[in-house]
Every structure is written in structure tokens, then in C-alpha cells.
Write a protein that binds this ligand. Sequence first.
Ligand SMILES: Nc1ncnc2c1ncn2[C@@H]1O[C@H](COP(=O)(O)OP(=O)(O)OP(=O)(O)O)[C@@H](O)[C@H]1O
Length: 589
Amino acid sequence: MKLALRQFALNSYTRLLGHYLKPQQVRVVVLAAALLASIALQLINPQILRYFIDTALTQEAKSSLLQAALWFIGIALATQGLTLGATYLGETIAWKATNALRADLAAHCLHLDLSFHQSRTPGELVERVDGDVTTLARFFSRFALSILGNGLLLIGILTVLWFEDWRVGLSLTLFVLGAMGLLTRLLRFALPAWVAYRQLSARFFGFLGEYLAGREDLQANGSVSYVKHRFHGMLQQWLPIFHRARLAQTTLWSTSVALLAIGNVIALGMGAYLWSQTVITLGTVYMIFYYNNQLRQPIANILSELTDFQQAQASILRVQELLDIPSHLPPTGEQTLPPGALTVAFDQVWFRYAASEPQDWALQDVSWCLPAGEVLGVVGRTGSGKTTSTRLLLRFYAAQTGTIRLGDVSLETIDTACLRQRVGIVTQEVQLFQATIRDNLRLFDSTINDEQIQQALAQLGLLDWLRSQPQCLDTLLASDSGGLSAGEAQLLAFARIWLRDPSLVILDEASSRLDPMTERRIERATQQLMQGRTGIIIAHRLSTLQRVDRILFLEQGRVVEYGRRHDLANQPTSRFAHLLKMNVANTLS
Ligand SMILES: Nc1ncnc2c1ncn2[C@@H]1O[C@H](COP(=O)(O)OP(=O)(O)OP(=O)(O)O)[C@@H](O)[C@H]1O
């Protein structure tokens, strides 16, 4: 099972590597060349050392020694230069590749239907799109090349030693094999601790993201101590896991240091023996010792790459898993919409959320048709399917059966960009950003100028409100609700929509009680916004219902009443007439 997973991770890694390194082929080739050249130089330098020592011992011309020393320094500097260049290139490649991967993951997540986002916390998504990818960064920059380069260096050193003397070659080859075998075994013990550490860290950040987002509710409901308790609980779990992981890593490190010492004993012992037999010179003894020291680097590098690969295995799998999640939405079409206000039609629409039980339909056999330019008021108890209907209209979800048409064009065939441009929505929870009022209104679209913004605000009767803000359009809004009331936030969202000039406006009225002044402003702005457009209002206020053309009454996902407001209001037995009566009674009481 583990082997299959590793194989899967390796396949995913090679696929990701191939895909994201392709646009950087030239850089990768230069990086490979730099690494190969540095390996060659590392093999040459000990030979110069030997020459230097042997020449010095035979007391030959000083100029040869100087030349050898200069070569040695030159090669050492060139190796450092190449390493520097390779690091720079490796980092550039890694950044470009991981940024492209982050962008693809973010785009993929944005294209997934809403059920994906509703089943994940923001913290979890941040960890997936950024945390996992950051872990992968080094795999794009060096993993394959490093394994290859260090493997070549290892083979190169051992080959030179075999050529020098087969006894030295044999003993150090056996030593390398034994050392790698031992370290790999130790690694197997160390890894589970690191995997557990990473898993807990992902859970911790998911927890943090979720509770930070809901801090207002938590504080209001006195649940802070519960959150603190969980926070401490997680930290307490974290510490022993971290200790285990660090202990395993330290054991690994000390073993490799001890192994190096054993290697040195072997190299010096063999060298001393062969020198005493006058088989090799003193320079060669030192060269063997030097090569043996050089062995440590590729062994350590290969093992550390493999350790990191094991740790990143989970990240690789998670990234691949995320990329493989399909959207439940059918592929987008290419049709555009006719100009002007749009008709909206639901025809025998059935819809159920993916997470729901098979019999729990959120919408059942829903059919209605709203002529272009009219305004529909949608009413019904909580959970009756009002919001779900608007989510389907925006293609956040796709209906299981039935057809939805906009301007007589079937929703699935409409190009998504065109759909989002022509349909505007104001939700109850308007998302405001920590930016100026200007940027919040134009949603960072710099082609919209101040004059257009002022015009929009004037049309919606919001200029006085703007003037009351300390720095007009330059006023900086705070995070979350921007320091505005729910009503004010909705008014800003109206202006946002106005600037986009959509043909269908969907408005989910704020259900909270608004002060009379804001309520009047909202009423005026709604009237203005709906002019010349088709409108759908999830209505919570009687005053709104008095201004709509048609009424859609939903109950448990079914249409129980649909018709002209005037007709329904005049039908004493209609639910709508009953609702009006109840509302009037409530207002009077
Ligand atoms: N993301 C979801 N996953 C599963 N079921 C959902 C989801 N969102 C809504 N539902 C269910 O679908 C049904 C219709 O919900 P919907 O939000 O459309 O009702 P609503 O009329 O807008 O209610 P409210 O007035 O409270 O907003 C309800 O039974 C609800 O529990």
C-alpha cells in the first residue's frame, strides 16, 4: 500500500515537474550544465592536491608548485561560482514553477462549484494552495537534478578510487553501501514523525483560519474559552510530535557524523598500508583522504533529498488530489446573451446539494417565467429554496434536471464570463475589502473613473452618504464589514452593481432590522437599480413586496404560488394575501 502511494507520489511529481518546468527548458539545461561542470571540477581538485604534495616532496621547481596552487584556487573558486549560479537558477526555476502551480490551483478552486468551498475552511484552502506548494518548491528547483548530480559525483569519486587502487576502491565502495543502507533504515524510523508533524500543522492552521473567521460569533456567544481550550490542546499535541521528529533527525545526523569518522579511518588506514608498501605516494594518501571527505556531501545530499521527498509525498499527493477534484458544473458554453433586460425562466428544475440525502431536494419541479424588465419578489420560509434558486442562476451549482433560461438562452450554453457580467447579485453579507471606498466600489477595476463612481452614487441617492464619509472616496474601509452597518454595506453593493450595469439584478435583502433612514435609502436605491433591468428580490420587507411586479412563493423547494402581485394580493385565499394581512397586523400591533 505504502509502496503504491510512493509510486503514485513519484508519478505525480514527475507529471508536475514535466508540466511546470517545460516553459523553463533553457534555464533547466543551463542549471544541469552548471551542476555537471561543478561535479567535474570537484573530481579534478584532489588530483591537483596530490600533484602538489608529491612535487613538494621531490623538491622540484617552485614555479610548478605555484602553478598547481593557482590551479587549485582557480578551480575551487570556479566551483563556488558554479554553485552560486546553480543556486540562483534553481531558486528562479522553483519560484516560477511554484507560482504557476499556485495560480493554477487557485484558478482550479475558483472554477469548482460552491459545494467544494462550503465543505472546506479558508485555512485549509490556504494551506493547500500555498503551504503544500511551498513544500514542493525545492522539488522543482533541485530534487531530480540533485539526486542525479550527487549520484554522479558519488560514482565519479568511487571510479577514480577504483582506478587508483582496487583495494581502496573496494573498501570505500563497501563503506558507502553500508553507510547508505544504515542511514536509509534510520530514515524509515524518522519519517512517520515528520509526517505526523506536518499533518498536525495543517490541522492547526485550518482550525486557526476557521475560528478567526468566526471570531465575532464566538465572542458573542461566549465560546472563547472553548476555542482557547482546543488551541491549547492542539499545541500540547504538537510538542511531543515535534520532539519525536527532532530526536529522529538528530539521531540521523549524529550517525552520519560517526560514519564519516569510520570512513576516514578506512581511508587513512588503507592509504597508510599502501604507502608503507610503496604502492602509492604520500600525495595519493592525502588524495584518498580528501576524496573520502568528499563522499560525505553526496551521501548526505541524496539522503536529505529522499527524506524531503518522503515528507513532501503527502503534499504532492494533496496537490494532485486537489487538481483532480472535478467540478460538478457542466463545461461552460460559448453563447452570449441578447442585449437589454433579460427574461428568466425555470422549467421543471430539480436540484439537490451534493452533501444532501438523495430524497432531500432543495428545489422540486420548479417552473416559472419572468418577462424581461419585470421585478420578481421571492418569498417563503427559511430553507424553502430562495437562495438556492439564485445560486443556480449564477451557475454556482447546476440543476440535476430541468432547464434554466436567460434571455431564451439555456444557462449551460452561456459563456461564464458573459453570464457573470450580465447578472449582478447583492447578497445579505456584502464582502467589503480593506481598501478605499473607491476600490470597494469599482472592485479594483482602474478603468472606472471617479466621475462614473460619483454618477452611480448620485443615481442611487448616495452622494450625501459619501460626503458624510471623512475622506469621501479615499476613505479607507476597515476589514470585515468595513465598519459599516449591514444596510450601508448593501448600499455600497448597489453602487458596485450599478457600475457594472448588468441586465439582471438579484437582490437578497438584508433581513436585519434597518433604521428608517437607511431603509428609505435602500428603497430608493432599489427602485433606481431595477429600472430598465430584470430584477429578482428575495424579499424580507413588505415595502419591497409592494413594488415588485410578480410574486414567487416557495415552500419546501416547491412553487406554491406564482403570479402577478396585484392578482395574488386581490385573491383573498392566496398565500400572498394572507402574508400581507399578517404583516399589516404585525405592523399595527
Ligand atoms: N450548501 C448546502 N449544502 C447542503 N444543503 C444546503 C446547502 N445550502 C442550503 N441547503 C439546504 O437547501 C434547502 C434550501 O436552502 P436555501 O438556503 O435555498 O433556503 P432559503 O429559502 O434561502 O432560506 P433562508 O431564507 O434561511 O436563506 C434547505 O433545506 C437547506 O438546508
